[in-house]
Design a protein around this ligand. Structure first.
Ligand code: CO8
Length: 258
């Protein structure tokens, strides 16, 4: 598919989606959000794809929702069009893992987009923030909920109420991002992580993703039961037999997603 606001490439089982509105620091407008949801759906439909990476430019992952596009909208406009809701739901429904590779600004909707991915790898120049408060609004695509779960109430309140930015070191220390690497090495690291995931049994990858995500939605006991049943069910897969046999035979496993 041809995209206007994204550059999408699929190679070696990985779809790399680059947000591409450099004139607006990759601000998320309706066109970009729609195309992003389409690209994620397309990657999920493509059997060759095993992992997805979303990135921006060296200066900005995304500097938020497009303020210029939003500024004149009324309550009725955003309520009736349910701004970005369907597109974000489609992204969150991706069964294939999505890594956010963040350099530069990840602000407002940009920070929310990164948090909606499965994990975030940050360049050391990354800056995260929820500065919507400065515009007289608040986060609208999960920022108050996800940031609080990532970093706890105190820091989430600080970020949402003051609108301050968090640098990469702070983001790593509070658990917002999984790794920080020199900005120049960001794509190498993110693509390397995606390649590692792509080597695994997709049956186990889907199960791991489902189980971790379940921890946000349920009690500890229910989550542990869900995990246990998924663990049990993986013993019905050929990949479990292959993975364990390969370990004992001291060779690399040949997973077939069966
Ligand atoms: N929207 C539209 N355009 C933007 C945005 C944005 N969010 N951010 C930057 N741009 C544009 C600028 O207007 C500028 O364009 P132009 O050259 O035509 O004036 C260009 O990008 C470059 O930006 P700057 O000149 O400002 O670059 P600086 O390096 O000086 O500053 C900053 C970079 C600090 C990132 C600054 O651009 C900034 O503060 N941007 C806005 C950040 C922000 O407030 N983000 C939150 C937006 S609101 C939001 O995300 C709500 C999400 C919830 C949506 C819910 C829907 C249901």
């Amino acid at each position: 598919m041809a995209y206007k606001t994204l550059i999408v490439e699929t190679q070696d089982h990985i779809t790399l989606i680059k947000l591409n509105r450099p004139e607006a620091l990759n601000a998320l407008n309706s066109a970009l959000i729609g195309e992003l949801a389409d690209a994620i759906d397309e990657a999920n439909r493509d059997d060759k794809v095993r992992c997805i990476v979303i990135t921006g430019s060296e200066k900005a992952f995304a500097a938020g929702a497009d303020i210029k596009e939003m500024s004149e909208k009324s309550f009725v406009d955003v309520y009736m069009e349910n701004l970005f809701a369907d597109e974000f739901d489609r992204l969150c429904r991706s069964r294939k893992p999505i890594i956010a590779a963040v350099a530069g600004y990840a602000l407002g909707g940009g920070c929310e987009l990164a948090m909606a991915c499965d994990f975030i790898i940050a360049g050391d120049n990354a800056k995260f923030g929820q500065p919507e408060i400065n515009l007289g609004v608040i986060a609208g695509i999960g920022g108050t909920q996800r940031l609080t779960r990532f970093v706890g109430k105190s820091k989430a309140m600080d970020m949402h109420l003051t609108g301050r930015f968090m640098d990469a070191a702070e983001a790593e220390s509070c658990g917002l991002v999984s790794r920080v690497v020199p900005a120049k090495k960001l794509m190498e690291e993110a693509m390397g992580a995606a390649a590692k995931i792509a080597e695994k049994s997709m049956v186990a990858v889907y199960a791991a993703k489902e189980a971790v995500n379940r921890s946000y939605e349920t009690t500890l006991n229910e989550g542990i039961l869900f995990e246990r049943r998924l663990f049990h069910s993986l013993f019905a897969s050929e990949d479990q037999k292959e993975g364990m046999a390969a370990f004992m035979e001291k060779r690399e496993p040949q997973f077939r997603d069966k």
